[in-house]
Design a protein around this ligand. Structure first.
Ligand SMILES: Nc1ncnc2c1ncn2[C@@H]1O[C@H](COP(=O)(O)OP(=O)(O)OP(=O)(O)O)[C@@H](O)[C@H]1O
Length: 309
């Protein structure tokens, strides 16, 4: 549904997108994950036809973003990371305004607005002023606004940012519902474990490139050949952490109660060598196993990032 090929974008000396390639399958919920400044917003703005790339190409539902921007706008609903609502407008008027902007006939608007407010759990706010809604409600209203023209694709830039856990959970449920309505959803976020739960596919972005992508299970299982090992020994655990840290192929070592969680980027032979070295170092090994990582750990293994928002 979305295809980006070799896309470049520079702002002065900053390269925001550096030959970005990305494919979002039709009907999927695709999570775009990356640290601040990775280029997520830039990529989404270009797909939303609000910014021109310096090179490369992108198409949404077969429409080229450069040569057919109006066709692209017809098939997408875009929710930016920061948006305003208008003072003195009621929720129903706000949606009516956007439905009008998308040429929805007046005769259909009242029913449509009722349906959209129901979809985003705001039916009881029909007559409320939009600037008085809570942040979570404004976020849901913005999502409803993206849907007035029944687009096939939704491009949501950090929709969960700044929301409390309950509001995030509500948003997640709505996004899952959108999938049932056959929408394709491209969503960016820093809230990695949550994205893992709702996304079918994930792309990990760093420095303007997609450095890893695929089904969530694949990314969490194998992020670029890195694996998560759980190592348990009878005693001297902290000594073992110091012993392992400087070794080849070791990305990070964390002590988790009595065990070590080691992100290791090496082939089975080098993993075997690590085990042999530990035993020869005098430790009694009671567990040495690969465990499934959550999305956050996969992200860190792939990007080598230690700090996340
Ligand atoms: N209008 C602009 N002018 C100058 N530099 C920009 C502009 N927009 C983005 N950049 C730079 O391009 C890079 C990518 O920014 P972008 O906002 O796309 O990243 P992001 O992944 O969305 O980050 P965040 O998670 O913080 O929103 C950053 O280095 C940013 O400073």
């Amino acid at each position: 549904m979305i295809k980006v090929q070799g896309m470049y974008k520079r702002f002065g000396k900053t390269t925001a997108l550096d030959a970005l390639d990305m494919e979002v399958p039709r009907g999927s919920i695709y999570g775009l994950i990356g640290p601040n400044g990775a280029g997520k917003t830039t990529a989404m703005s270009i797909l939303a036809t609000l910014m021109l790339p310096d090179g490369g190409s992108a198409a949404v539902d077969g429409h080229d973003v450069l040569s057919e921007p109006m066709a692209v706008r017809g098939v997408i609903g875009y929710m930016p990371d920061f948006f305003g609502v208008y003072d003195g407008l009621k929720t129903c008027e706000y949606l009516d305004f956007f439905a009008d902007a998308y040429y929805v006939p007046q005769s259909r608007r009242k029913t449509l607005i009722g349906e959209l407010l129901e979809l985003v759990n705001l039916s009881d706010k029909y007559d409320s002023y939009v600037d008085l809604l809570s942040r979570g409600m404004k976020q849901r209203l913005a999502l409803a606004r993206c849907l007035v023209h029944d687009p096939k694709v939704l491009i949501l830039d950090e929709p969960a940012s700044g929301l409390d856990p309950r509001a995030r959970a509500e948003l997640k449920e709505i996004i899952k519902h959108l999938k049932q309505l056959d929408k394709t959803v491209l969503i960016s976020s820093h809230i990695l474990p949550e994205l893992g739960e709702i996304c079918d596919q994930v792309g990990i972005m760093e420095k303007g490139r997609l450095i890893s992508s695929g089904p969530v299970e694949e990314i969490t299982a194998a992020g670029r050949g890195a694996s998560l090992l759980r190592i348990q020994v009878l005693d001297k655990v902290s000594g073992l952490a110091d012993f392992i840290k400087p070794r080849d192929n070791v990305v990070s070592v964390e002590q988790d109660e009595g065990a070590l969680r080691v992100i290791f980027r090496g082939d089975p032979q080098s993993r075997g060598k690590l085990l042999r070295d530990i035993i020869e170092g005098g430790w009694v090994v009671t567990e040495f196993a690969e465990v499934r990582r959550n999305l956050e750990e996969a992200f860190m293994a792939v990007t080598g990032e230690g700090v996340l928002k």
